[in-house]
Design a binder for this molecule. Structure first.
Ligand code: KG4
Ligand code: ZN
Length: 356
């Protein structure tokens, strides 16, 4: 059995988790998450400097609670991991410096983890997760990507958003409808009372220079603008804004776009398993639609456990355990942090001479 203490501070959740695995079975011993949502909601979005300061304040207490709840002493942990990219640099630094200091103090090996690899590793805690190549739809506040993952974690990005991430679109539309932050859960809640077919909103595509459209890529900023224009027009006409209907129509279109392109990509690449992870993967309309459309093509859908869709340290620990199990990977204690890093470059985090 390998035990990992993992730290996640890339955005607005301070989280520490102790996880372990025996072979293919992954287990969470504790997963403490201190959310900063209340601190940021009055600003309508995450304020990076405030987020970094809050991580500094909370991390010692979150760490203490995670160890206490796990009933595992830090001396008994085999590895220490933290998210090092991508994310808000000041925030990443807090987690990474804490993890590396603990490694030095307790003579433990360190693993720096790519945040998106963390999200896709959340699936390791679900039953019957795919063991061969699969397609991941990663939908969060910062990313919307289609990633082909092979048995040994070779990763290839097959699609991405050219502008807003799906979660970002939820947050922006939530704000313009006057809902609370973050927009995703607020839109999902109010959409339950709305008609998803009431408004015909656009499914934006990216033009291919060779003609036609890119098949597996996304664009959500046009959809957000369409909602804005709809609201502006209704305001000018003196109409009451039917917020539940707009929220439901927006949610349906986002889910349809994500599902259609994911299923097409899996089908074209002969991948029988689709994994859905990230904050937006918590959305019930998306979860249901993905399962029902995939079944028409005999594709199996694996959804991230609901409590592990948004940022948490257990998924970072799972990514570390997978790296140790299959690749014996460790990072240099000199590894720093980076605001941006493509998932295809995740292997560089384990080079003797770190990339940053
Ligand atoms: O993965 P995450 O916690 O952070 C990033 O790495 O970005 O994702 C946060 C995003 C936010 O944009 C939030 O609005 C969205 O996930 N989200 C949802 C739901 N829950 C969270 N979007 C749609 N429906 C939800 N139920
Ligand atoms: Zn995330």
């Amino acid at each position: 059995m390998h035990k990992v203490l993992a730290i996640e501070t890339s955005c607005d959740e301070t989280s520490v988790s102790i996880v372990s695995n025996i072979g293919d079975t992954f287990r969470i011993h504790s997963n403490i998450i201190a959310s900063q949502i209340e601190d940021h909601s009055k600003w309508g979005g995450v304020v990076p400097e405030l987020a970094a300061r809050k991580h500094l304040e909370s991390l010692p207490f979150v760490l203490d609670k995670a160890l206490e709840e796990s009933k595992i002493k830090i001396e008994e942990v085999d590895y220490i991991a933290s998210t090092v990219a991508p994310g808000l640099v000041g925030c990443l630094r807090v987690g990474s410096i804490t993890a590396r200091s603990l490694c030095m103090l307790h003579s433990k090996p360190f693993l720096g983890i790519h945040h998106l690899e963390g999200h896709l590793s959340s699936i390791l805690f679900s039953e019957n997760y795919p063991k061969k190549s699969f397609l991941t739809l990663l939908v969060s506040g910062g990313h919307t990507e289609l990633i082909k993952v092979d048995e040994r974690r070779g990763m290839q990005r097959l699609g991405k958003s050219f502008d807003d991430a799906a979660g970002e679109a939820f947050d922006k539309v939530g704000r313009l409808l006057g809902l609370s932050y973050p927009g995703g859960p607020a839109i999902e809640k109010i959409a339950k009372n709305g008609d998803p077919m009431k408004f015909n909103l656009p499914k934006c595509r990216i033009s291919d220079k060779k003609g036609g459209f890119l098949k597996y890529d996304f664009s959500f900023s046009g959809l957000k603008t369409a909602v804005l224009r709809l609201v502006e027009r209704m305001n000018l006409d003196g109409k009451t804004i039917p917020i539940p209907d707009i929220a439901a129509s927006f949610e349906r279109v986002v889910a349809e776009v994500l599902v259609e392109r994911t299923i097409k990509c899996a089908d074209d690449h002969s991948l029988d398993d689709v994994v859905v992870v990230g904050g937006v993967a918590a959305n019930n309309t998306l979860r249901k639609m993905m399962i029902s459309e995939a079944s028409k093509k005999s594709i199996k859908v694996h959804l991230a456990p609901l409590n592990l869709c948004t940022d948490n340290a257990a998924m970072i620990g799972a990514a570390a355990l997978f790296r140790i199990k299959f690749k014996d990977h460790l990072s240099s204690l000199k590894l720093g942090v980076a605001g941006r890093l493509s998932i295809e470059q995740a292997n560089t985090l384990y080079e003797e001479n770190p990339p940053f």
